[in-house]
Write a protein that binds this ligand. Structure first.
Ligand code: DX5
Ligand code: ZN
Length: 218
């Protein structure tokens, strides 16, 4: 069976008990820490910045996966890479010179991801997918945790998978938004390699069990 990576989104963590929540993820079967960075311009919300990211990095014992929902992400790529993130995604809708941006991320030895909003079609990936390590499919409109999964995302994942196979690439597909134990098996079947989960993990009575359900262990 394929090992799907689970990336709990720290946006849904309890920030007054951040260390406790980091340690919970450390002790769980989750694979990555998903960090949502929002600037209040690209998305209608502001999340958290470097002081918080550095605190998470200090205690996290699993790789960090930073998702930049900001305009002009190029300004901060070096700083994210130097903090030691392993995965770094930027939005196709926010980058004028996306090829250059991906090259910059990759030059630090960091996995470069292209995130696409729900309205962005798979055809817009055709000229860039060969240069990405992963594609992040937004399955809600970015900006907030706890929203409902957009059902047409399955079709999009299928199309991306087809493109990856046709080109013989090893690009991973990450799905972000409204992921829960009901849709996780369907997303894995469609070709998802990484599942981000905020509310379905941190809003659960037992986050460790919720992570195991997403992993398909129970
Ligand atoms: C939304 C973020 C997501 C969000 C997911 O803009 O990119 O990572 O935290 O949260 P849930 O799983 O609650 O939809
Ligand atoms: Zn995200």
């Amino acid at each position: 069976m394929k090992n799907t990576l689970i990336a709990p989104s720290m946006l849904s963590a309890d920030f007054s008990n951040l260390k406790r929540d980091i340690e919970m993820i450390n002790s769980s079967n989750a694979d990555l820490f998903h960090l949502d960075i929002m600037d209040g311009v690209f998305v209608p919300n502001i999340s958290y910045g470097f002081p918080v990211i550095k605190s998470i990095a200090k205690y996290a014992q699993k790789p960090l996966d930073a998702h930049l929902m900001i305009v002009n992400p190029d300004r901060y790529i070096e700083e994210f890479c130097k903090i030691g993130v392993e995965y770094l995604s930027v939005h196709i809708e926010a980058c004028t010179h996306l090829h250059r941006t991906l090259q910059n991320i990759s030059s630090f030895g960091v996995k470069a991801g292209v995130a696409i909003n729900p309205h962005t079609s798979v055809s817009s990936l055709e000229e860039i997918i060969d240069f990405a390590h992963f594609i992040l499919v937004m399955s809600v409109n970015p900006g907030f945790g706890g929203q409902s999964f957009i059902e047409t995302s399955y079709r999009k994942i299928d199309q991306i998978k087809e493109l990856i196979t046709k080109r013989g690439l090893s690009v991973l597909i990450e799905v972000d938004g409204g992921v829960n134990k009901e849709n996780a098996p369907l997303l894995i079947d469609s070709g998802a390699d990484i599942l981000v989960a905020g509310n379905s993990v941190f809003g659960s009575n037992d986050p460790l069990v919720a992570i195991n359900q997403l992993k398909g262990y129970i």
